[in-house]
Design a protein. Sequence first.
Length: 363
Amino acid sequence: MSEIKIINAKKIYHDVAVIENLNVTIPKGSLFTLLGPSGCGKTTLLRMIAGFNSIEGGEFYFDDTKINNMEPSKRNIGMVFQNYAIFPHLTVRDNVAFGLKQKKVPKDELIEQTNKYLELMQIAQYADRKPDKLSGGQQQRVALARALAVNPNVLLMDEPLSNLDAKLRLDMRQAIREIQHEVGITTVYVTHDQEEAMAISDQIAVMKDGVIQQIGRPKELYHKPANEFVATFIGRTNIIPARLEKQADGAYIVFEDGYSLRMPALDQVEEQAIHVSIRPEEFIRDENGPIDGTITDSVYLGLNTEYFIETGFASKLQVSEESTFEEDLKKGDRVRLRINTQKLNVFSEDGSRNLIKGVSHGA
């Protein structure tokens, strides 16, 4: 396994820089996800690491070895694509053994490695089948076994679960997490699915327009987003315009209807227009709560129920709480709420930075 270090990476398409001055270090043995919307540059960066895309600037290293001009076949990578890319004319066993045969490993080692990954990926019982006799999830297990069998230093995965149905995606992301931990290989994983990224990753780099917005552990990104884009891309949140005002005893968030919240974490920040991010679960129903609201809609999701609530400072708040069988709240009902201020995030008016101290961009 290798540490991956990227310094001042640059990629140009049709005279336009789609990635510029990008820096990231991917720790040895970690599962590191590049997360972002379509067109943000995550697959482009992955293909630069693989050697499939040219590098117009910067330096790429596997440990201390610079790989900029190294042929893809010399980089000792395993690659898993969203469309499986396994050979339809070969059996499962021969697909898994394919890379080992290309490397001309001794026969005993070839058999041992092939059997090891057939067992690890739980596809040994399908060893003599052709791919067209397998489900999508089984085919993706074959592709992953083939990628790992050659003992690569780095595993690259490009949207590997996007062609699977919802249940298979859940099963496969758990399998990928467990196998990556067991094998201990440095893995770079590309997805646009934030829930998938949160479930499997040691660290996530959130990308937008070719720029890394923040790097951190899933919990960090969720609770301490560096900017408004990260807050809205990782999970769901309410973004509410307000003002940061100073009073005799310190800083207050003042909403449009005059409702205010004391925020000691902002005592050293100057007065300004702000955007307040409040996750749906941080609104708490409380009959003595200071916020008066009216339910405009609700959605039952099993474990949780989502409510849309109109208040004096927001016409459509999303509020989430654990479902109960007896729950009988309905459209038009009045409720009172309070806010868990410990988990608020406050952004500058343009959304570019989190004003609460202790939030790191990590890039």
